[in-house]
Design a protein around this ligand. Sequence first.
Ligand code: 5AD
Ligand code: SF4
Length: 444
Amino acid sequence: MIVKNIKKIHIETYGCQMNISDSEIVASILTSNGYTYTEDVLSADIIFVNTCSIRENAEDRVRKRLQYFKSLRKKRPELLIGLLGCMADRTKTALMEEEQLLDLVAGPDSYRHLPQLLEQVGTGRKAIDTILSVDETYADITPVRLDSNGVSAFISIMRGCENYCSYCVVPSTRGQERSRGAASIVRETRDLFDKGYREVTLLGQNVNSYSWKTGDEVITFATLLGRVAAVNPLMRIRFATSHPKDISDELLHTISGTPNLCKAIHLPVQSGSNHMLDLMNRKYTREDYMERISAIRKIIPGCAITTDIIAGFCDETEADHQDTLSLMQWVGYDSAFMFKYSERPQTLAADTMTDNVPEEIKDRRLREIIDLQQQLSLANNKTEVGRIYEILVEGKSKRSDNQYFGRNSQNKVAVFTKTETGPGEYVTVKITGATSATLLGEVV
Ligand code: 5AD
Ligand code: SF4
């Protein structure tokens, strides 16, 4: 039943790929309950903001945006605002009661209840549901692909996280780790292939600990990857994110032996210092990490390796920072996401450690990390010149109508002159030039 006055919904997404995937689940739940999705924020009856808590500035950005929506409501008093995702539980009291900003708040495991929550909102009451679940995986829901290029899509394969890295808010915002049934993941992949998609990224906070039991059989992540890859050799499979402590040789051999499993591994290191890794509760040492990198290089030659790095965690000394720089140099990452440490409430670090690296030192260390990565990315990309790759075409290049862009298996973006072969198809491209972010090439 559609409640009077609420018909059109719009969702704005902040944060990680998992959140993009969640917004697609929300769109699916609501459109199959009679609501329509609009791309136009100004014509929506309710604007949902799917939020991220990972760093303070992620939350600040959401707060600013909510203030903007509040100003829209001055002109359109009937406009409703809903908050979804990782900030839901943490900020519901402040945002809903003190600022009178929100009409609806739903946490990451409450999306199935959105139709009921909207009915409640339709009768003039506020609605909140932020209870986390131990088994919700939205396995049976076919996401509505939002903002899609029609070529690549995300598939969520697990939810929650139990690694308890001391800096990280995710175990508190997303709850216990749980895997989604393998058959429904394979089915979603096949369905995407039939609709013309040619690349899926399997998502979870720690995909290496994927585990699904059917009868006597336990399906590991390596087995799941094999099954997903078997859907069609033209479907490329990527995954994120791997935890260094769990990335097994079995998995590396599966990737190496299966052409459509992409040769790109995102392996967040966070720091190159054993002291920091210990305080961060990462459960591996610098040496363990280097051993895994050597295994990747040996088992999957030519595999791209990318990472996440945090600068200025609690008690970080200059020597710890130098350890991070030297490890980056040793690995020679293809690219990296680099952040300043941001203390988050309800984390082990906030409860038991002191955020004691001064802001200007954090800034300087982050700058040095970014500068080094820039050099490493450029040096890596320069070695690509002269190589030939299969590129999956994604669309027109932003810079020129005469050019297409796409990615190779290593997830590097290549730009080349347009041909007959369009988005969703593969072309063979010879790399002729490179910047730190992009490869330039010509179709051969
Ligand atoms: N401060 C800074 N960066 C963080 N990350 C996670 N928590 C924090 C934090 N409190 C980074 C990590 C993680 C990525 C998704 O975000 O590098 O891998
Ligand atoms: Fe994603 Fe973590 Fe941000 Fe939640 S807090 S949206 S899980 S990055």
